[in-house]
Design a protein around this ligand. Structure first.
Ligand SMILES: NC(=O)c1ccc[n+]([C@@H]2O[C@H](COP(=O)([O-])OP(=O)(O)OC[C@H]3O[C@@H](n4cnc5c(N)ncnc54)[C@H](O)[C@@H]3O)[C@@H](O)[C@H]2O)c1
Length: 441
């Protein structure tokens, strides 16, 4: 089929390359000319495992192309995916300005009937609203279908090629069937394609993200209760995670969730629930717990150094909001960096993939580098904020030699207290007993 994807960010680009990979002819449209130029040369503007290979092979095969020309996009696709951003407004509700504009411009340029698929995460009722906008701008038949995306940054290609399920929200049976056919190559492992109402599909996406966010805030709250009581939250985590009704996923205490989805989606759900006359108290608490959790590391550092952070050398490992992505939007590390900078600390920061994004945001406010150990050199404390695999088993002996003081603030509970004791580190995890740097006899 001829497909158009409007918006080639994390979701649109992955959608485009994966549909091209199953034989469709895909045109990606983006207003960012630099991005489009890179993509047409086979260079990915984002870091995502496996993305560059699939991008290049489909460009080479002639099934994939990118343009800044919205009109060309509107004329190309039998199915047109809208995958632009839906960022939060100051009151937490979703800002649909970009989506509305993309829908309007696409509809005006259409020269044939089309199925328009809303891939962006949007409040309940938005698909109907987009359909109205588009029908008002074209004489061609437009049917709008909801197809929320559940991919995870860091494993986006894998998630798209092998989804747990595909959700299609459609009132029009024929359109639902075309969407189902498009997705069949990805569900040969018998994963379900769930066809439901557009409103249920829109709500499913918010409910899924809010449920995952709630589990994280729940275990973080348990960790915060364990800490003053001298209980190791990791024992409790295992104690509850082994219950088959609970399980282990998204039940790891840490310094909060971030990214462009969980924080905004929880708040947007609260906002549209309120408009519908319901006060989402649990979801409001999920968000509040997370906002304060993002400051837990700073508070531990502040306490450890009696508030004397001016000119203190602090190393940070991990800035992206999660491993295997370069995305720093709403990352807990950003909250920490801002507070440490405000307190006058001298930072040396390492992240395996997000340093270019960090450089754009901070320019030369601190030192950053590709070598994790170099960034730790001379530091009075190391703060591990993101659980990249390469931080899990560092060369502790070398690290201790390089640092001015062997102190680790462990924002993801990566290190075993016994290991910390053995190497003589002072160790501050989340919800677990602190290790002082007394060597074992
Ligand atoms: N990032 C994720 O992990 C993820 C997962 C599931 C769902 N979502 C949802 O998908 C949507 C997109 O998220 P994202 O992370 O891919 O966003 P993004 O910011 O990475 O990408 C959006 C892209 O749209 C482009 N754009 C903006 N206006 C445009 C226009 N008028 N025409 C064409 N292109 C335009 C931007 O230049 C950008 O490249 C959001 O609603 C988000 O909530 C994101």
């Amino acid at each position: 089929m001829r497909l158009t994807v409007v918006g080639t960010g994390y979701v649109g680009l992955v959608t485009g390359v994966c549909f091209a990979d199953t034989g469709n002819h895909v045109l990606g449209v983006d207003i960012d000319a630099e991005k489009v130029e890179m993509l047409n040369k086979g260079q990915s503007p984002i870091y995502e495992p496996g993305l560059t290979d699939i991008l290049k092979s489909n460009l080479r095969a002639g099934r994939l192309r990118f343009t800044t020309d919205v009109d060309e996009g509107a004329k190309h696709g039998e199915v047109i995916f809208l995958a632009v951003g839906t960022p939060p407004k100051p009151d937490g509700s979703a800002d649909l300005t970009v989506l509305d504009e993309a829908a309007r411009r696409t509809a005006r340029a259409m020269d044939h009937e089309a199925i328009v698929v809303v891939k962006s995460t949007v409040p309940v009722g938005t698909n109907e609203h987009v359909e109205q906008i588009m029908r008002g701008c074209t004489r061609h038949r437009v049917v709008v279908v909801s197809n929320p995306e559940f991919l995870k940054e860091g494993s986006a290609i894998d998630d798209f090629l092998k989804p747990d399920r595909v959700v299609i929200g459609a009132e029009d049976r024929a359109a639902a069937e075309i969407l189902r056919e498009l997705h069949l190559p990805f569900v040969r492992n018998q994963r379900p394609i769930l066809i439901m109402s557009r409103r249920a599909a829109e709500m499913t996406k918010y409910a899924a993200n809010s449920c995952l966010a709630a589990r994280i805030s729940f275990i973080n709250e348990i960790a915060n209760i364990c800490e003053p009581l001298g209980i190791d939250v990791d024992e409790v985590r295992v104690g509850i995670g082994t219950d088959s009704r609970i399980g282990f996923q998204f039940l790891y205490p840490g310094c909060g969730y971030g990214g462009s989805c969980f924080p905004k989606d929880v708040q947007a759900l609260v906002a549209f629930a309120r408009q519908a006359g319901y006060e989402g108290r649990l979801l409001t608490a999920v968000h509040e717990v997370n906002e304060s959790q993002k400051h837990v590391l700073y508070e531990k550092i502040h306490r450890r150094f009696d508030g004397k952070l001016r000119d203190r050398h602090i190393a940070i490992w991990g800035v992206s909001f999660k491993p295997k992505t370069d995305d720093i939007r709403e990352a807990p590390a950003i909250a920490l960096i801002d507070r440490l900078l405000a307190a006058g600390a001298k930072l040396r920061v390492h992240d395996p993939q997000s340093l270019p994004n960090l450089a754009k945001a901070y320019q030369n406010k601190f030192v950053f580098g590709d070598d994790a150990y170099e960034m730790a050199r001379g530091s009075e404390a190391l703060v591990v904020v993101t659980e990249w695999n390469e931080f899990r088993s560092p060369d502790f002996k070398r690290l201790k030699e390089l640092m001015r003081q062997p102190i680790i603030f462990d924002g993801r509970n990566l290190y075993d207290p016994a290991t910390m004791r053995r190497y003589g580190f002072e160790h501050y995890p989340i919800g677990r007993p602190v290790t002082t740097n007394q060597m074992e006899p």
